[in-house]
Design a protein around this ligand. Structure first.
Ligand SMILES: *[C@@H]1O[C@H](CO)[C@@H](O)[C@H](O)[C@H]1NC(C)=O
Length: 239
């Protein structure tokens, strides 16, 4: 009898998964402000530059089983107004979004940045995740931004002169017990050195639990065996 009920449930309750929603994890992508704002041609806001030693949220990006980012189709007209209601209806949420997820770039309001990220990344997961969950997860994990800096500073890795081995950076992040295998992205400093730019921690589909990121071959700009040992986490915006 139990088996019949089970079969009945499976048959009458199909889970519709479109290819768009076929994501395996959600990356919680944080960016190191001194690297991002020091990038040639990048113009960061004056008030952002006053408090440069921090990670801010870049976005939440769904990824597939091999660590690749999904590309969303453009959302239909009018969707954006509904999405904006998520923060317009909650002053607390809006305040925290401004705190953890500011637009670093001049010429972009924070709201424009959040909407851009949601359209480019969040919209892909619409079948599974209401927009409200996307933005709530952004702030729920915001406390970790500070903890990551503290851990890296504690290991004396935030410096204008010291270079770190990627293995050691990974070990520090691992010891925090968040997401055991985060992705790290870099931008080049010169032929032999790179600056750490972003860390992608992986969340499960509920966005409530950190999980190991899928195995990925992508070096995200940190590549080359010599560069892997010459990673810098600058302690000021180098222009
Ligand atoms: C994952 O996405 C990347 C592109 O971002 C793609 O090249 C790769 O084939 C995808 N992997 C799978 C298993 O679909």
């Amino acid at each position: 009898m139990k088996l019949i009920i089970l079969v009945f449930l499976i048959v009458t309750n199909p889970v519709v998964v479109t290819s768009e929603d076929d994501y395996h994890y959600m990356a919680y992508v944080i960016q190191w402000l001194p690297t991002v704002c020091g990038y040639p041609g990048v113009n960061c806001k004056a008030n952002i530059m006053k408090e440069p030693l921090r990670f801010t949220l870049h976005g939440l990006w769904p990824g597939n089983s091999t660590g690749g980012s999904l590309e969303c189709n453009p959302p239909p007209h009018g969707t954006q107004d509904k999405v904006k209601e998520v923060w317009k209806n909650s002053k607390t949420l809006e305040k925290e979004l401004h705190k953890y997820w500011p637009s670093l770039l001049s010429g972009w309001t924070d709201e424009e940045f959040w909407m851009h990220e949601w359209k480019a990344h969040g919209y892909c997961t619409k079948q599974t995740l209401p927009a409200a969950d996307y933005f709530r997860a952004a702030v729920r994990n915001g406390v970790f931004l500070m903890e990551v800096i503290k851990a890296l500073q504690g290991a004396k890795m935030v410096s204008d002169v010291a270079t770190s081995d990627m293995k050691d950076i990974r070990a520090v992040l691992h010891s925090m017990g968040l997401s055991p295998n985060p992705y790290i992205s870099c931008i080049p400093k010169d032929e032999t050195h790179v600056y750490l730019k972003e860390i992608h921690f992986c969340l499960d589909k509920t966005l409530r639990r950190f999980i190991p990121c899928p195995t990925s071959q992508d070096t995200r700009g940190c590549g080359g065996s010599n560069k892997q040992q010459n990673v810098m986490i600058p302690s000021r915006v180098i222009l």
